[in-house]
Design a protein around this ligand. Structure first.
Ligand SMILES: Nc1ncnc2c1ncn2[C@@H]1O[C@H](COP(=O)(O)OP(=O)(O)OP(=O)(O)O)[C@@H](O)[C@H]1O
Ligand SMILES: [Mg+2]
Length: 261
């Protein structure tokens, strides 16, 4: 999950996919690459001995299996925790990025069906490292004035890392989040995105529902939140999970080709 802009829903989509995976009994690892560590907070792992920052130190002192913690959501969802110290990895002081640090760390993962990487609001080194390690990249945006420019910057970053470091990487699609069906502005911005990116814009969009933030506040997956809005969003995340799994598995490129709208 990536975007340059903050607060558009990267963490919410990561958590929604993790909850969908858990509901299907898939073994899922959430890698929190954000120094804000919001995903870690919501997933509330019991005991965190080491974080993503330790694993990415590059000296192999801490392996991913040393650092993985079972989430408060239960056994199928594990967390590689984020922490504020990750911030300096976003801007390596010597200017020489180790673009494959995340990929190297993840190579030690066993018995996992899905790895979700939650990126910080930046297209700097941590996000580029995540892209170098991924099979599929989900761009997240809100249907607002800067959505088009923001999506383009994120897709450009995906393309640059694909060409330079990771030919398996595919832009899995653009999630349009916090959509309000009654807003003419949102409809206009969505149409603008569809005109520019066509099948990359994932159908359906993700609506604004208070259940998303309420479940996070309670440290629960939205799939376990008891409201009609939560059930609606959970159904959408189940669909997104299928699309992401097939995009990551097939290497066949944008997955929503031919989707009706
Ligand atoms: N579809 C939604 N409906 C209602 N609230 C939402 C929705 N998506 C996200 N939010 C809320 O919006 C806020 C920002 O979302 P989130 O933390 O997922 O964004 P982010 O892109 O990860 O932010 P950052 O760039 O800071 O990491 C959170 O409080 C979240 O609960
Ligand atoms: Mg976030």
């Amino acid at each position: 999950m990536l975007s340059l802009k903050g607060g558009v829903g990267k963490t919410s989509v990561t958590l929604g996919l993790a909850g969908a995976a858990a509901a299907q009994h898939l073994r899922c690892v959430v890698v929190d690459l954000d120094p804000q560590a919001n995903a870690t907070t919501v997933l509330s792992p019991g005991e965190v001995m080491f974080t993503a920052n330790d694993v990415l130190a590059g000296d192999h002192a801490v392996s991913i299996s040393d650092a993985l913690a079972v989430s408060g959501w239960g056994e199928p969802v594990s967390v590689l925790a984020g922490e504020p110290a990750l911030e300096r990895r976003n801007h390596p002081p010597d200017g020489v990025p180790g673009r494959h640090h995340v990929r190297t760390a993840l190579a030690g993962l066993r018995d996992t069906d899905l790895v979700l990487l939650d990126c910080p609001p930046s297209l700097a080194e941590l996000t580029r490292n995540a892209l170098a390690a991924s099979d599929a990249a989900l761009v997240v945006t809100e249907p607002t004035a800067f959505a088009l420019a923001g999506a383009q910057q994120a897709l450009d970053a995906v393309d640059a890392v694909r060409r330079s470091h990771n030919l398996r990487l595919r832009p899995a699609g653009i999630v349009v989040n916090r959509f309000r069906a009654g807003s003419a502005e949102h409809r206009f911005r969505l149409d603008e995105l569809i005109a520019a990116y066509r099948e990359l814009v994932i159908d359906p969009v993700l609506p604004e529902r208070s259940a998303v933030s309420r479940a996070q506040g309670a440290g629960l997956p939205v799939q376990r939140w008891p409201s009609p809005g939560a059930r609606e969003v959970a159904r959408i995340f189940a669909g997104y999970l299928g699309l992401v799994m097939s995009a990551a598995g097939s290497g066949a490129g944008p997955f929503s080709k031919g989707a009706s709208r």
